[in-house]
Design a protein around this ligand. Sequence first.
Ligand SMILES: [Zn+2]
Ligand SMILES: [Zn+2]
Length: 489
Amino acid sequence: MDETGNRTGGRRVSRQMSHGLVVPAIVRVDGQDLHPARVEGTSDVFRAPMFELVKSRWVPDEEVNACALCGAKFNQLRRRHHCRQCGLIFCAKCCKEKIPLPQLACEEPERVCEQCRPVAEFVTKCRSPHLPFQLESAKGLAHATKDPKKVGKVVELGGVQALITLSIIDNVQIRRHVTAGLHALSTRPALHTMLAEAGAVKAVCRILTGVKNGEDETLCDGISALLIFCKSPELRGKALDDGALGPVLELCTHPSQAAALLALSTLAHIVDNPGTHDTIVSSPKRALPRILALTASDDEQMQEVALKILAHLSTGNDENKHRIVQEDFTSGRSLHKALNRKPKSEQVLCNAACLVANLATGPDDQGGLQELMVLSGDLLTKGPASSELLCHLTRALANFARFRQNSNRLMLYLPTVVNNCLRSAIPTVRTHGLRFLLSLLTVMPAQTTELLLKNGAEEVFKALGVIPGLMEAVMMPLLAEAPEKVKPL
Ligand SMILES: [Zn+2]
Ligand SMILES: [Zn+2]
């Protein structure tokens, strides 16, 4: 390439990704404005590892009269030298090393400035066929991602892409460095779209599926990176398309507690996308039994996350709810244990109650849910501390009350519902309380009315009166049946 070689700049152009994500032309990391490296052709270097970077703007000689690094003025003796990597102009001292830059389609050694050299060298080495060079590349880049002085160059000179291409090498140490590097980069939200577009999720998934026993550090770094990606509603879809669900499900059952908890936490974000529910529930990896078992774990954090996932999974179709109830029955009724304990964190009970309330809408499982129904009623009778728990428990009873076969047992909780729910200051709790009563009134009118009269029937009517639109809704069909005004016969 000659000094005036074609420099296709255009770094300032943002690119639109398939998931509506835009990779910014400039990102701010540690107070520094960076121009993320761009790749010619497809930006997904996991698919196309022999990537070629778009060249930086070649600063014209006449624009500068001093070295960009040391500031020495140029003259007849001190000549200008371009760095092939960044395109800036330096004195000979600051731009003396020559290295091949295959990432810029330069196979012969080229002049590189002292600012670019350390990272550029590692990027060059990533495509060497020799393991020691590959290892040096992975290690050097991973360290640079944690060095505030070097992370900028990692982003600008293709270090991200280099790490991603190294992910396919089956070597314990390379795996460890690549995941450490990608995890460190993923902790900077400004880099998320760039990482996702370059194929970082695929790289991490590839590594996670290949790890062997004893690679716990790699495992935790990898899953932590996936957790960060799946946490972001913008990136989650792309992460799922890139295969995040498989390794996450696999790792939920990992013997390492730390890895399993990270995987579960990731799954708790993934289930925000209802499209994933069927896959998770019917996973051949037996994720569902494992998640259920964890709801009775001694680790409350684990319990809380497992229950949260199930509560999400139970918001969809009846079949998934049925699978959860069935699986719980065959694998030792963990939900019963979860609801029967007295956890330190009330969030555990909240998630459990939310799950039971969701399950209670399934017509096929009423028989199997009897004990959970009674436990919910008992908890409600004790008077839960948080309004969230009160809400879920009332909702659970209201949902159970829709099924005739539960009416007899639920009648026991009628005084509780009148006292704890209809008199509650929380509108949602009052509404669910009313739903409960109306269902019982429909099935067992005489018995319900009798109990109501003993337990403050006026509360019911007061509560009915404050539900917006309720009176109108009841009145409309009544008026349709028996109009206010009638013409004489
Ligand atoms: Zn200089
Ligand atoms: Zn440079």
